[in-house]
Write a protein that binds this ligand. Structure first.
Ligand SMILES: *Cc1c(COP(=O)(O)O)cnc(C)c1O
Length: 317
């Protein structure tokens, strides 16, 4: 379990290696939704997504001798990129297990940071198992993409920055895949401003956290079909699930059509390039799924690593 002071420590630890992203009021989204809406663009983070916060915290917190042989992870791309980046800064070798259908942009970026790539399977489960197997075989340190306290603490630094920039925030919207990002942010927000709401957003076509909360236990999806490749997790983690149960007010669901619209809206109106996973929160605002009026809402755009050919198709279609 992680608590508020852990997130404060993590933020200090990673301050020098991650970007302090801004929180910007948006007039258009505010007018459309009847709230005061502020965007937190983690697409402008190092490596193009928030995941570098968790990976850097893990690598900087881990006892160095244990890491010398290197680190390994299984990730659909952004966590892999984050681990590769943070490992390179600390001068450790890194191996990243990616799915067979990973986007070429993500592979190029991971290789660019000097990490070795292994292609395996299609589900998060399959590549995590492969990474754990290789970790044992090669004596590498495994870094889980979400179900790890140090990773969650690092992601939580986003919540502290939001509290600093908007001390009277009423609600925070966070994309949910495995739940590491929202676990960290919710720990920070509920620790610093207990009456603020924290809402997760999932694609309706990949809603494992939503279903798990409804059933009161970790629930695995068998079919996932969403454009949001960073949110294609078939089940939440045990740690993330219990933190979400404790701190998160609700999970909102968005359709694929709403995600596409939000991505194009951010590009055209906000001059921000988000990936589909990063745009689900804006999709929830645009589709009026946030059960609030007249409130100050911070909206996390979690990443911007998207294949431009996909963006071209969305614009064309
Ligand atoms: C990983 C990721 C998420 C989901 O984060 P979790 O910690 O798995 O919930 C959301 N957006 C982007 C861009 C990601 O890379």
């Amino acid at each position: 379990m992680i608590v508020f002071p852990d997130v404060i420590d993590a933020r200090r630890r990673i301050e020098k290696v991650v970007n302090r992203t801004y929180l910007d009021h948006t007039a258009t989204l505010s007018r459309l939704s009847g709230n005061e809406v502020y965007l937190k663009p983690e697409n402008l983070q190092k490596t193009g997504a928030f995941k570098v916060r968790g990976a850097a915290n893990f690598i900087l917190k881990f006892d160095p001798p244990g890491l010398r042989k290197g680190v390994i992870t299984g990730s659909s791309g952004n966590h892999g990129q984050a681990v590769a980046y943070a490992a390179a800064l600390a001068d450790y070798p890194a191996v990243v297990v990616v799915p067979e259908d990973v986007s070429p942009a993500k592979v190029a970026a991971i290789k660019g940071y000097g990490a070795e790539i292994v292609h395996h399977g299609n589900t998060s489960q399959e590549r995590i198992e492969k990474a754990e197997e290789l970790a044992a075989e090669k004596e590498l340190t495994f870094i889980h993409p979400f179900d790890d306290p140090w990773v969650m603490e690092g992601q939580g630094s986003i919540g502290l920055e939001i509290l600093e920039d908007l001390p009277d925030v009423d609600a925070v919207l966070v994309p949910v895949g495995g739940g590491g990002l929202i676990s960290g942010i919710a720990t920070a927000i509920k620790g610093g401003k207990p009456d603020a709401k924290v809402y997760g957003v999932e694609p309706a076509a990949s809603n494992s956290m939503y279903r798990s909360l409804q059933r009161g236990k970790v629930t695995e999806l068998t079919a996932i079909n969403t454009l949001a490749d960073g949110l294609r997790t078939n089940k939440p983690g045990l740690l993330t699930f219990s933190l979400v149960q404790e701190h998160v007010d609700d999970i909102l669901l968005v359709t694929e059509e709403e995600i596409k619209k939000a991505l194009l809206f951010l590009l055209e109106r906000g001059k921000l390039l988000a990936e589909p996973s990063g745009a689900v929160t804006v999709a929830a605002v645009l589709a009026n799924k946030v059960p609030l009026q007249g409130k100050k809402i911070a909206v996390v755009i979690s990443g911007g690593n998207v294949d431009l050919r996909l963006v071209g198709k969305l614009i064309g279609g």
